[in-house]
Design a protein around this ligand. Structure first.
Ligand SMILES: NC(=O)c1ccc[n+]([C@@H]2O[C@H](COP(=O)([O-])OP(=O)(O)OC[C@H]3O[C@@H](n4cnc5c(N)ncnc54)[C@H](O)[C@@H]3O)[C@@H](O)[C@H]2O)c1
Ligand SMILES: N[C@@H](CCC=O)C(=O)O
Length: 514
């Protein structure tokens, strides 16, 4: 029986909860910088060190991580060959129990891990806590899902014949994670592979290795054997080596479209010695639009759009970056949003009052600023110069082919476009190469049905913000160039990590057929 329930979020408005959060932050600060070595099978391995820094105070080094080379990748895959043999033989119930114990460990370290995400990924408290809660959800949800999958699927039975189908692990799995959900997305991809009996090598994002290491530590402490889960911090060099190795069966990637396409190309290139076709599970970027119809309640639209576009500085693949507004309400909504953007509090992630934190690093800051400088804003919020800050920015009326309209910016930038009708808005959405999330504000059931039919996005949200998919409730992920569509946190996700084997037995004795 499925007993999964989403992990409740912390009540961050309560003084006692805030006190506990700040105490966790002080305790963490006293330990900085953290040391984040590689874990290769049974070995703790050191290498050349690189730093992750606090985006709100870049002089603060959060972690010194040890960078994996191509040789470390090869060593980790050799360890995973052993891990694959033992872990895949463990009963599904044992694997699920290990994941569930790891979830319990994350639960018990709730504040400490949220504090780490505040410092290392620049996530404001509510976002950081959501990241911890989602990591717990993924572990519990996939643990239960793997148990359900273990029974196989019913097949048609005929007299004299017994048919069965069961699922087996695909093989060694390379997980390549992004920095923006450094706990949840790493935990989700790793735990899905482990739950289904695959040995895993995790290559976290270079901006947030300490968060990913905390997930790995919890899984080991929960009972996942060391050789079944290795950990290789570093940039794209170890990532590329992982993808290219012929011994890898599955690559699970979440990140940008460019990196995803490169991974797909490498994985599809046959390497001598390879005895299987590699599978790539890719969740990539978006260019997400919210349609606002003439009958929309603008009192809902304004906070819904602000949250969708500017929470966590727009650094979610699900974030809104286009608003397609019916001409009847375009001027009023533009005026209200232009006023509202100046009320957003831009500040350090650790400040409970912050709406818009800094972006992750100087490269992101410069890239986003490049987009902002390419056109004249309608309105901008505040900025600061003591971190990687970018002023939240609104554009209006840019030509459809402008790069601000077409490309994923992954920052606090929202473009307003006036449309003739909802049909016109749907055409614009359909012209995009991305199809991740989308939104609609409308009070008309017929319009809601029409947009549901016509928009190609993987996750459509109606009369609400378009971020914050919950495990088990909004299976997440898109199509087109947004990804291969496995739907993380959904009932089909684990099928990506297994192969089906069918056995058909003749139950009538030979020679005695009557
Ligand atoms: N669809 C989703 O569920 C989802 C979720 C989170 C983030 N994202 C996307 O991720 C991007 C932001 O994250 P990011 O900046 O960490 O992305 P990124 O593509 O720069 O990096 C992601 C990971 O891939 C590694 N990598 C980069 N190039 C590689 C290559 N050629 N081969 C192997 N590994 C490689 C990086 O080191 C990192 O670990 C945005 O585009 C965002 O939309 C998508
Ligand atoms: N699953 C997250 C987005 C993950 C990408 O950054 C959401 O639904 O907001």
């Amino acid at each position: 029986m499925n007993t999964f329930r989403n992990e409740p979020l912390l009540e961050l408005r309560r003084g006692t909860v805030r006190d506990e959060a700040l105490a966790a932050l002080s305790a963490l600060d006293a330990k900085l910088p953290l040391d984040v070595p590689m874990l290769i099978g049974e070995d703790v391995v050191h290498g050349q060190v690189f730093a992750s820094v606090d985006p709100s105070a870049p002089a603060t080094v959060v972690a010194n991580a040890h960078a994996a080379t191509a040789q470390h990748v090869a060593d980790a895959i050799t360890a995973a060959e052993r891990g694959q043999r033992t872990w895949s033989q463990r009963p599904a119930s044992e694997r699920a129990a290990a994941l569930s114990r790891a979830a319990g460990i994350l639960r018990s370290r709730r504040f400490e891990l949220a504090a780490l995400a505040v410092r290392e990924a620049g996530k404001p408290w509510a976002e950081a806590d959501g990241d911890v809660a989602e990591a717990i959800d993924f572990l519990e949800y996939y643990a239960q899902g793997a148990l359900a999958l273990d029974g196989g699927r019913p097949l048609i039975q005929m007299p004299g014949e017994r048919n069965a189908m069961r699922y087996v692990a695909r093989g060694i799995t390379g997980v390549i994670a992004p920095w923006n959900f450094p706990l949840a997305i790493a935990a989700g991809m790793v735990s899905a592979a482990l739950a289904t009996g695959n040995a895993v090598i995790l290559k976290p994002a270079e901006q947030a290795p300490a968060c990913a290491k905390a997930v790995v530590d919890a899984l080991h402490a929960g009972g996942v054997p060391l050789e079944a889960l290795s950990f290789l911090p570093g940039g794209d060099e170890p990532g590329k080596a992982l993808v290219a190795d012929p011994r890898i069966h599955t690559i699970v990637f979440t990140g940008s479209c460019a990196a995803g396409l490169n991974i797909l190309q490498t994985a599809n290139t046959f390497v001598p010695g390879q005895r299987h076709i590699k599978k790539v599970i890719a969740e990539m970027g978006g260019k997400n639009a919210v349609i606002v119809d003439s009958d929309a309640d603008l009192d809902d639209v304004v906070p819904g759009l602000l949250k969708s576009a500017f929470a966590f500085g727009g650094q979610k693949c699900s974030a809104a970056s286009r608003a397609l507004i019916h001409k009847a309400v375009a001027d009023e909504l533009a005026e209200r949003l232009a006023g509202a953007i100046s009320t957003l509090r831009v500040g350090p992630a650790a400040d409970f009052a912050t709406d818009v934190p800094p972006v992750i690093d100087i490269a992101a800051q410069q890239r986003i600023q490049g987009y902002i400088d390419s056109a004249k804003p309608l309105a901008q919020g505040d900025s600061r110069d003591d971190g990687f800050y970018v002023a939240p920015t609104l554009f209006q009326g840019l030509p459809t082919d402008h790069k601000v309209i077409q490309e994923e910016i992954f920052g606090p930038v929202l473009s307003l476009e006036t449309v003739e009708s909802v049909e016109h808005a749907c055409e614009l959405v359909d012209q995009s190469a991305f199809a991740l999330t989308g939104g609609l504000f409308s009070r008309s059931p017929r319009t809601i049905e029409y947009v549901t039919e016509r928009t190609p996005v993987g996750n459509l949200y109606v009369n609400r913000e378009i971020t914050g998919a919950m495990v088990g409730r909004q299976p997440f992920g898109g199509g087109r160039l947004s990804g291969t569509g496995p739907k993380a946190g959904g009932p089909d996700y684990l099928l990506q990590f297994v192969e089906a084997r069918a056995v058909s037995e003749n139950t009538v004795r030979h020679g005695l057929v009557v």
